[in-house]
Design a binder for this molecule. Structure first.
Ligand SMILES: CC(C)(COP(=O)(O)OP(=O)(O)OC[C@H]1O[C@@H](n2cnc3c(N)ncnc32)[C@H](O)[C@@H]1OP(=O)(O)O)[C@@H](O)C(=O)NCCC(=O)NCCS
Length: 164
C-alpha cells in the first residue's frame, strides 16, 4: 500500500471510484478537477499494485484556522483493512502542519461506518443539516475535531485501550 499526494492525472481513476461509491451524489468531473487543482485543497490517494484504490481530500484556505474533510473513499473490495483510517490520518497530519485548529466534516446520517471512523479519532457531532443529501433525503451530521487535542494525544484513537 502506497499513500501519496494526488495529481490532476489521477482524475479519471478518482472519478471512477467516486461514481461507484456515491451513486446518488457523486461529484462531477469538473468539481473534482477544480478540487485537485485548488491551492486551498490537499488530496491524497492510496495505491495497491499500481491501482488507485482510495482517495481523500482536505480543504484548508491559507491563513485560516478551520479546515474541512471534503471526502474520503476506499474501493469496496479494499474496505475494512485500515486504509480509510490511514487516509484520514494523512489529512489530519497535513492540517496540523498548516496550524489548523478545528476540522469539520459532514457525514450522512445513514453512514455508521464513516461516523465510527470519525468518532474514533475524536470528532464529535456539533449539528445537523436536515435533508442535506438529495435525492436520498438524508440528513447530514456535522462533526468537529479539536486538532491540537488530537495532536496532543499523539494522533491516536480516542477509543484506544477502552474496555468494552
Ligand atoms: C468510510 C470508509 C472510507 C472507511 O474506510 P475503511 O478502509 O473501510 O475503514 P478502516 O478499515 O480504516 O476502518 C476504520 C473504522 O471505520 C469503521 N468501520 C470500518 N468498517 C466497518 C464496518 N464494516 N462496520 C462498522 N464500522 C466499520 C470502524 O470504526 C473502523 O475502526 P476499527 O475497525 O479500527 O475499529 C469506507 O468504508 C468507504 O469508502 N465508504 C464509502 C464511502 C464513504 O462513505 N465515505 C465517507 C463519506 S463521509
Amino acid at each position: 500500500m502506497t499513500t501519496r499526494p494526488a495529481t490532476p492525472d489521477d482524475l479519471a481513476a478518482i472519478m471512477a471510484l467516486e461514481r461507484a461509491s456515491f451513486p446518488n451524489d457523486a461529484w462531477s468531473d469538473a468539481m473534482m478537477r477544480e478540487e485537485l487543482a485548488s491551492p486551498h485543497g490537499w488530496y491524497v490517494v492510496v495505491e495497491e499494485g499500481g491501482r488507485l484504490i482510495g482517495y481523500a481530500g482536505l480543504r484548508v484556505a491559507r491563513g485560516v484556522a478551520d479546515a474541512d474533510i471534503q471526502t474520503i473513499t476506499i474501493a469496496e473490495s479494499g474496505r475494512g483493512r485500515g486504509r480509510g483510517r490511514a487516509l484520514l490520518t494523512s489529512l489530519l497530519e497535513e492540517a496540523a502542519r498548516r496550524n489548523v485548529k478545528d476540522v469539520f466534516l459532514e457525514v450522512r446520517a445513514d453512514n455508521p461506518v464513516a461516523q465510527g471512523l470519525y468518532a474514533s479519532v475524536g470528532f464529535v457531532e456539533v449539528g445537523r443539516r436536515a435533508r442535506y443529501y438529495q435525492p436520498d433525503d438524508v440528513d447530514a451530521i456535522v462533526m468537529r475535531l479539536d486538532l491540537p487535542g488530537w495532536t496532543a494525544r499523539g494522533g491516536v484513537r480516542t477509543d484506544a485501550g477502552a474496555c468494552t
